[in-house]
Design a protein around this ligand. Sequence first.
Ligand code: PBG
Length: 326
Amino acid sequence: MNCTQRPRRLRTTATLRALVRETELHPSHLVLPLFVQDGTGIDVKVDGLPMVHILSVDMIAPYLEPLLERGLSSVLVFGKIDPKHKTTCGTHAMVPDGIVPRSIRFLRATYPNLVVMTDVALDPYTTHGHDGIVVNGHVVNDATVDLLSRMALMHAEAGAHVVAPSDMMDGRVASIRSLLDEHRHVDTAVMSYTAKYASCLYGPFRTILDSAPLFGDKRAYQMDPSNVREAERELMLDLDEGADIVMVKPAMWYLDVIHRLSVMSDRPIAAYHVSGEASMILDGSARGMFDFHTAVLEATTAIRRAGADIIVTYFAETLLEKGLIR
Ligand code: PBG
């Protein structure tokens, strides 16, 4: 057979394949969601998502240090809030010695090289599970933005390097940026959840934080899964408002969005491989449909190939412990 083009030539050995590999995944690209709660001696594995641990501050070190030794460099802190601290307006989010600021102070004091990011949103703190102040069943934008900005400032004061608003209110990046600057936190970066879709894939996360909305859904603020031009519009706004990193969430069903934004953005793109995506991989592999570690590596590589510089993933431990990446 006369065939000049034989792409298989470059696939014949592992070394050749490595030589021509287009997408690299490195531990420094990963961000691990870190769930913290009040108390002592707490290290609870989440039902159905066994790689997710909920930790009291004193239990962070034994969990985190093996991962840091394998090259993990960033965490995104989420607070699991005691029901007795939940209110209609989520006021506990503004308490300077709450679980999140205390965790930030611990992480900064203990691990000088760790990048500490925090999720800025009210849903873990509200009795109704919505991401803001609710009036007549509607999440009020501007009053919510004021609270989120104060929350972000408090995280910056506790030492967060990066604050990440995940609420999808309009104008919150500009408001957070200006409040941070006013208080001389000019070096605290804002990672905006720029294109956060109203997805069913947050189900397991809401079970972890007990934050599922009590009424209605989040479609009046999170994005319609049908839209991609709208994601571009959100991108332009967030870039204009001063976001340092822009995020797409979820990841695997939104690879086109990751790609479109990565082409348009002059700033790094993050993608959040969310809890429902992680459960699909766990469940499929538990049923013997495919190999777990191969699936984790393939999924994470695909997110990066689509254009994500940074990947927030529950599989950081999986990827690092098995030496799937190094
Ligand atoms: C809070 C927030 C959510 C997630 C991250 N930040 C839930 C939501 O918006 O309802 C979901 C993450 C995941 O599913 O892994 N606003």
